[in-house]
Design a protein around this ligand. Structure first.
Ligand SMILES: [Zn+2]
Length: 192
C-alpha cells in the first residue's frame, strides 16, 4: 500500500517533518517529486495549515528538484532537532537564517467572521515555503508547544505529533496503537 500524506502533526511544521514515514516495514519519503510537493501543499490547504493565498504565493513559480532538495534539507534539520541530534540553540539559529532569506509580509484576509492575520512570503517557491515553515516552528517555540511534541511510541514509526492532553502515545490508534496492541496480544498468546 502506498503511504499517504498525514495531517496528524496538527501544524504545518510538524506535518512537514512527517513527510518521511515508516510504512509497511520500510522508510518512505512521500515527497519524491515536485508534483508530490504540490499535492502535499494542496493537502495542507485542505487541512487549514496553509491558506489558499499562501498556497498560490508559494506555487507561483514551478517547484523543481532543487527546490525539493532545499526543503528536504530543512526537514532533516527539524528531524535532527526532534530526535535530540541537534541542540536547541543551533536549531533556533538555523530557523533565524532560514527566515532571513525570504521575509514575510503580514496582511489581513477576510474570513466568515471577520479577519485572519496571514503571513505571506515575499518570494514564492521553496524559499517562501521554508520561511513559512520556519515561522511555524518559531510559533511552536513562542507558544510553548515545542515541549509537547512527542515521537510516536512505536519505536519504528517516524511520526511526531503535538501531545495536547499529555497522555497521547501513538501517532494514531488506527496505525501504531492497534498494531502494537495486537502484537502484544499475540505475544501473550504464544507465551513469548
Ligand atoms: Zn506511529
Amino acid at each position: 500500500m502506498k503511504p499517504e500524506f498525514t495531517a496528524l502533526g496538527g501544524t504545518l511544521a510538524i506535518d512537514f517533518v512527517n513527510t518521511v514515514q515508516w510504512h509497511g516495514g520500510t522508510v518512505h519519503d512521500v515527497l519524491m517529486s515536485p508534483t508530490d510537493l504540490n499535492e502535499w501543499l494542496q493537502f495542507m490547504v485542505d487541512h487549514e495549515q496553509l491558506t489558499s493565498a499562501q498556497y498560490r504565493s508559494v506555487t507561483i513559480v514551478p517547484m523543481t528538484s532543487d527546490d525539493l532538495a532545499l526543503l528536504k534539507s530543512f526537514r532533516t534539520v527539524g528531524r535532527d532537532y526532534l530526535s535530540g541530534g541537534l541542540a536547541e540553540g543551533d536549531f533556533v539559529e538555523h530557523l533565524h537564517r532560514a527566515a532571513e532569506d525570504t521575509p514575510l509580509i503580514l496582511r489581513l484576509d477576510r474570513t466568515h467572521g471577520g479577519y485572519a492575520r496571514v503571513a505571506m512570503p515575499v518570494d514564492g517557491g521553496s524559499r517562501g515555503l521554508v520561511t513559512l515553515l520556519a515561522a511555524d516552528w518559531m510559533r511552536l517555540f513562542a507558544e510553548g508547544i515545542v515541549s509537547r511534541i512527542k515521537a510516536c511510541a512505536n519505536a519504528r514509526c517516524l511520526a511526531y505529533f503535538v501531545d495536547v492532553s499529555g497522555r497521547r502515545k501513538w501517532c494514531s490508534m488506527a496505525d501504531c496503537g492497534n498494531r502494537i496492541k495486537n502484537a502484544r496480544y499475540h505475544q501473550r498468546r504464544q507465551g513469548i
